[in-house]
Design a binder for this molecule. Structure first.
Ligand code: NAD
Length: 413
């Protein structure tokens, strides 16, 4: 099929490369000229396992022009849906590209929103498209990829959900995923939009629940790791994501849960559990500082190493990363920060500039700091043998070989 993909970020680029591998004719459309140039030069603008090799192998075009829409059978919408200051969803990119698509529709095509949007948004998107006077199909197809393993997730999804305005639109989108060996679900568009929010909210709830349990365990003198081992033996409980630590970050969980809360409140229902999920998560990075203070009561003027900056391992994405909150707290306490990340230093420097120091290697961070906090679960960091490190080590992620001067969230001391 001829497929145009609007938005060549994480979701759009992975979708484009993945569909090109399946033999579809792909054009990626993005307003960011630099991104378009990089993709056309076969250089991935993002760090994802296997993406550089895959991009080199496939035929795929990128452009800032919407021309390809006129010939497309399917148009996927993968633009960003960031949070506003008040937690509500910013749909400006979505509606702005709806106008551009509408101006370029020339024949029947199915326009399928992949961006994470609240129930009702795709329908409004369709209303804008209708202004073109063209006949088109409308669908929503939520994206469940995980940054760090995105291409693999595209190739081996747990499920494909297609929300459809009518049978024909759903059939066309479903045909694209025909070769995938996974559960496939056809729903209404609103249900499909909601499925994505509920999936992310549930995963975020598991993390905040795990953190709450870990915080209680610390007080009860119980090691939370032992507790999870026993809890996970119940076959009604899936242990994945029941892992305590310094909290969740990233471009999806915080913004999606907040958007759902905000929209629900506007509709007259204030969701109690989800409010607590966010509140627990916002407090969790502070626990690292609290643990640090049990070993170093005054951090003012001390140089604190922050190990790991990206919001999770395997990505350079620092959006809403826990590291940023930890760094803010430390700077607020008058500490100096020296940070290290195996991959995300460039991205972090863009945000943090000269507010902090950056170490080129893990060893340098260890040597130059008075204490270290483990914030992101990079293999290089959690597998490191810290036994020779004779300063306070505060662990938010599960270091395998700790030192003598050690505190971990969820472990009594
Ligand atoms: P991103 O910021 O990486 O990419 C969005 C891209 O859209 C950018 O390259 C931007 O330049 C482009 N863009 C903005 N306006 C445009 C326009 N009018 N025309 C063409 N291009 C335009 O975002 P992302 O992480 O890929 O997320 C996209 C959507 O998918 C969001 O709704 C997000 O919540 C959802 N999602 C993201 C992930 C993830 O892990 N990143 C996973 C699942 C779902």
């Amino acid at each position: 099929m001829k497929i145009s993909i609007v938005g060549a970020g994480y979701v759009g680029l992975i979708q484009g490369v993945g569909l090109a591998e399946l033999g579809h004719e792909i054009t990626l459309i993005d307003i960011d000229q630099d991104k378009v140039d990089l993709i056309n030069k076969k250089v991935p603008p993002i760090h994802e396992q296997g993406l550089a090799e895959a991009l080199k192998k496939v035929e795929l075009k990128a452009s800032t022009s919407y021309d390809s829409i006129s010939k497309a059978d399917v148009v996927f919408v993968c633009v960003g849906t960031p949070s506003r200051e008040d937690g509500s969803i910013n749909l400006d990119y979505v509606y702005s590209c709806a106008h551009s698509i509408s101006e370029n529709l020339d024949k029947y095509a199915v326009v399928c929103v992949k961006s994470t949007v609240l129930p009702g948004t795709t329908e409004k998107f369709g209303e804008i498209l209708s202004e073109s006077g063209r006949v088109f199909g409308l669908a929503h197809n939520p994206e469940f990829l995980r940054e760090g393993t995105a291409l693999n997730d595209f190739r081996n999804p747990d499920r494909v959900v297609v929300g459809q305005s009518d049978e024909k639109s759903g059939d066309i989108v479903a045909r694209i995923y025909e070769s995938f060996n996974c559960e496939k679900l056809r729903t209404s568009i609103r249900a499909s939009e909601m499925i994505k929010y509920v999936a992310n909210s549930f995963l975020a709830t598991k993390i905040s629940f795990a953190n709450e349990v870990a915080n209680m365990c610390e007080n009860f003198g119980v090691d939370a790791n032992e507790v999870w081992e026993g809890v996970a033996l119940d076959n009604r409980i899936n242990p994945k994501f029941l892992r305590h630590g310094a909290g969740f970050g990233g471009s999806c969980f915080p913004k999606d849960v907040k958007a759902l809360i905000h929209a629900s409140k506007s509709g007259g229902y204030d969701p109690l559990i989800l409010n607590s999920v966010i509140e627990t998560n916002e407090l969790q990075p502070k626990r690292l500082i609290k643990l640090l203070k049990t070993l170093m009561p005054d951090v003012k003027g001390k140089k604190i190493g922050v190990l790991g900056l990206s919001f999770k391992p395997g990505t350079t994405d620092v959006r809403e990363a826990v590291s940023l909150k930890v760094i803010d707290e430390l700077l607020g306490e008058g500490a100096e920060v020296i940070a290290y990340d195996p991959s995300a230093m460039k991205e972090a420097k863009k945000l943090l500039g000269d507010k902090i120091l950056f170490a080129q290697t893990l060893q340098e961070a260890l040597e130059r700091s008075d204490a270290c906090l483990v914030v992101t679960e990079w293999e290089e960091i959690v597998e490191h043998d810290f036994s020779g490190f004779d300063k306070p080590l505060i662990d938010g992620r599960g270091v395998k070989k700790p030192n003598q001067s050690y505190r971990r969230i969820g472990k009594p001391f």
